[in-house]
Design a protein around this ligand. Structure first.
Ligand code: KIV
Ligand code: NA
Length: 275
């Protein structure tokens, strides 16, 4: 598998070739995604919830993110890796955003950063791009500011809010973002967003008429047990497979079936009588 380049993102869209984008937060999962056909990995700040058990994504730090992005880059040499910028690492100034992105890129060697925000962040993104930082945008439902949006719910459901989303997407494209995640919007709005810009719209809960589909791996493989948003389809049932495996181990341990000779070191040793 050949790693996608930044230029490929626009080219795929121009050709109408869809691609698939999933999360990973550690080396083992990264290596599994790398072995799959999925083209892009996000080390999302969703790891706060999925991996660390927190209630929101706010509170995870730049150091925490870097800690997780590093092993994903090592595990996925043939996959484009996106490093998510956490809340508080880019909302003070363009300088702060550049400094945070520099740390992510230089300490982890991932391929780009992603940050949440629309028109309000156009100057920040333009400054980052001017500084040589590849930036992926994220609009619609932006979990870091979900409280201000009224919770985890569909965005762009009114003509005014749909118009704002189109302004957001155009502002991000003009600022130099090379792609935009659009989360939790009606399909017709996402389709309009994809038509409004030349850069790909990476949809999560955004319907079929976008350029790429994004899902959290632990959601789509049915590993994360806490809740299932409407837009998540389970493509495998890994949580059940894991619990079944653990129970089989438990059963064979209790019954003494495991470990058999096959799994034991069977060299004969004269044991001195020390007891
Ligand atoms: O952190 C994350 O997983 C994300 C996706 C939902 C796009 O930002
Ligand atoms: Na995120």
């Amino acid at each position: 598998k050949r790693k996608m380049s930044i230029a490929d993102f626009k080219d795929y869209k121009k050709r109408g070739q869809k691609f698939a984008y999933v999360t990973a937060y550690d080396y083992t999962m990264a290596s599994i995604v790398n072995e799959s056909d999925c083209e892009v990995i996000l080390v999302g700040d969703s790891l706060a919830m999925v991996m660390l058990g927190r209630k929101t994504t706010v509170g995870i730090t730049l150091d925490d993110m870097i800690h997780h992005i590093k092993p994903v880059v090592l595990g996925a040499p043939n996959t484009f890796v996106v490093g998510d910028m956490p809340f508080g690492s880019y909302n003070i100034s363009a300088e702060q955003a550049i400094a945070s992105a520099n740390r992510i890129l230089m300490e982890t060697n991932c391929d780009c950063v992603k940050l949440e925000g629309g028109v309000e962040y156009k100057d920040t993104i333009a400054a980052m791009v001017k500084a040589g930082i590849p930036v992926m945008g994220h609009i619609g439902l932006t979990p870091q500011t979900a409280t201000s949006l009224g919770g985890f719910r569909v965005q762009g459901g009114t003509p005014e809010s749909a118009k704002k989303l189109i302004e957001d997407a155009k502002a991000l494209e003009a600022a130099g973002a090379f792609s935009i995640v659009v989360e939790c919007v009606p399909s017709v709005v996402a389709a309009a967003l994809s038509k409004a810009v030349e850069i790909p719209i990476l949809g999560i809960g955004a319907g079929p008429d976008v350029d790429c589909q994004v899902l959290v791996t632990q959601d789509m493989l049915d590993m994360y047990g806490d809740f299932k948003p409407k837009f998540v389809k389970h493509f495998a049932h890994i949580r059940k497979a894991m619990v079944d495996g653990l129970n089989a181990f438990h059963e064979e341990t209790v019954s003494g079936v495991f470990p058999s000779e096959e799994y034991s070191f069977n060299k004969n040793v004269d044991i001195p009588r020390l007891y």
